[in-house]
Design a protein around this ligand. Structure first.
Ligand code: MN
Ligand code: MN
Length: 468
């Protein structure tokens, strides 16, 4: 009797308890193969899209291959049409026109394509003790000490005095030189190691090494700087003043690599948030004849708070949806009020080496599926959009119904810190929004890690949302 009772209790427990699924156990070998193949495409996208501008170029190229045409204001659109529009080279919106009238609302997926990095200052070049360096200003939330003694590549644009633009990409080809921020040897770091962690490397110590050989001349000083500027003049036709109107970003030079003997993970710079950008993009390409119009936005400036005209705190997404609405002679706000959005962004994965920052019942784990986050923010849920129970329920049931393995997770323990996403800016347009994305280890580090199965589940989550 005792045994039977135990078995009933076990059944009851199975019925009543919530247990996270483990993707590795739930997914068939065939699906794992599909997932691994999908991730090969993702790795290629990662390596070619280290900046927001490059991500836009690659997203547009892929979109064109998938039948998307550049959006022309005023040109009539019909169900099944696929269009894209680029905002200032740093953000892109893609749309697949749905069968239902637009007044029923649109389905938005929003991910960001900017990542933490070191930007060059406007007057970056200097020489100190016969060494030439660049001054930088870091972009986004970084642990500054992680960015030293690491090969860096330089990407970006320089607008010259004649208004022409030069594209720069140095350090990605195996034959290219790379750059780096130097750090102090441990032997002489006694005083440095007494500094608090944010100061171990200070902002003004993130100086990038760019040269050390002098220009051959007797009558001048700063010969190393001159030699570097001469090389740049010969290669790009630029002078020092042209840095004033440049956007140059130093990013890790390494490529995306499989991680682990089992190759189950990918390590790379910039998973946050190319991992959600790529998966949302692929879902946009693969959604067939959607009922509602699908609008996917890959945005800039998320890492610095979404302000600026290429960030989602500006109106460019709203204006695009208003234009679509105008075509159907519907008010834009009518469309937005009925719209739904998956704010596609990463969340922190539980790290067994640092278990203290997470509360185990409400944290995301790698290999337990795409993470659905009801709210982010910090302290008492400040700076977030807390998704409603109704919309959370809808997304939950949609994912379950379609066999998409998902989990929930908060960004760390209460009061451990916090962060935000674009969710609140879209919610402020009167849209139902929830955060959905991939758990990441070492988030914002030069080498972040994700699980391939979680990447694939993110793609599937976006696809079922778009095709609903
Ligand atoms: Mn992010
Ligand atoms: Mn981030």
């Amino acid at each position: 009797m005792a045994e039977k009772k135990k078995s009933d209790a076990k059944k009851l427990q199975e019925q009543l308890f919530y247990k996270k699924k483990n993707t590795c156990e739930e997914v068939s070998a065939t699906e794992i193969k599909k997932c691994d193949k999908f991730c090969e495409g993702y790795k290629t996208f990662l390596d070619g899209s280290k900046t927001e501008r490059e991500a836009v170029i690659n997203a547009v190229e892929l979109a064109k291959k998938n039948g998307f045409k550049e959006y022309k204001a005023g040109k009539a659109l019909k169900a099944g049409d696929k269009v894209y529009t680029v905002n200032r080279g740093k953000a892109v919106i893609l749309a697949v026109i749905g069968k239902e009238p637009i007044e029923n609302g649109v389905k938005i997926a929003a991910a960001h394509i900017d990542s933490p990095r070191l930007d060059l200052k406007q007057c970056p070049v200097y020489e100190d003790n016969d060494i030439a360096l660049f001054k930088t200003h870091y972009y986004g939330g970084i642990k500054k000490y992680q960015w030293t003694a690491l090969p860096l590549a330089l990407h970006g644009v320089i607008v010259k005095s004649d208004n022409t633009t030069v594209n720069v990409c140095v350090g990605e080809d195996d034959n290219d030189p790379v750059f780096c921020v130097t750090d102090l040897l441990p032997h002489l770091a006694t005083a440095q190691m007494e500094r608090k962690a944010p100061q171990i490397i200070r902002g003004e110590e993130l100086n990038i090494l760019i040269g050390s050989r002098p220009f051959k001349a007797d009558d001048i000083s700063e010969k190393v700087k001159l030699n570097i500027l001469n090389i740049l003049f010969e290669k790009y036709g630029i002078t020092e003043a042209d840095f004033l109107s440049a956007e140059l970003e130093a990013v890790p030079a390494h490529k995306a690599r499989d991680v682990g003997f089992d190759r189950s993970m990918i390590g790379s710079y910039g998973h946050d948030d190319r991992v959600c950008s790529y998966t949302a993009l692929m879902a946009t390409f693969d959604c067939k004849a959607p009922n509602k119009t699908v609008v996917t936005v890959l945005t800039d400036k998320e890492e610095i708070g979404s302000d600026g005209n290429t960030g989602l705190n500006s109106s460019y997404l709203k204006y695009f949806i208003y234009e679509l609405a105008k075509q159907s002679k519907v008010d834009g706000w009518t469309v937005l009020s009925k719209s739904e959005c998956l704010s596609a962004d990463v969340n922190a994965a539980f790290d067994p080496t640092f278990p203290d920052v997470n509360e185990k019942n409400n944290t995301a784990y790698i290999n337990k599926g795409v993470c659905v986050t009801k709210y982010t923010g910090s302290r008492g849920k400040a700076g977030t959009s807390d998704a409603s129970a109704e919309f959370t329920g809808k997304v939950r049931n949609l994912l379950d119904k379609n066999g998409v393995i998902w989990q929930t997770g908060e960004l760390g323990k209460v009061d451990a810190g916090g962060g935000g996403t674009v969710a609140m800016y879209i919610a402020n347009l009167n849209v139902d929004v929830i955060d959905v994305g991939v758990p990441v280890l070492s988030m914002h580090a030069p080498f972040e890690v994700v699980s391939k199965l979680d990447v694939y589940m993110a793609y599937r989550a976006f696809l079922v949302f778009m095709e609903e």
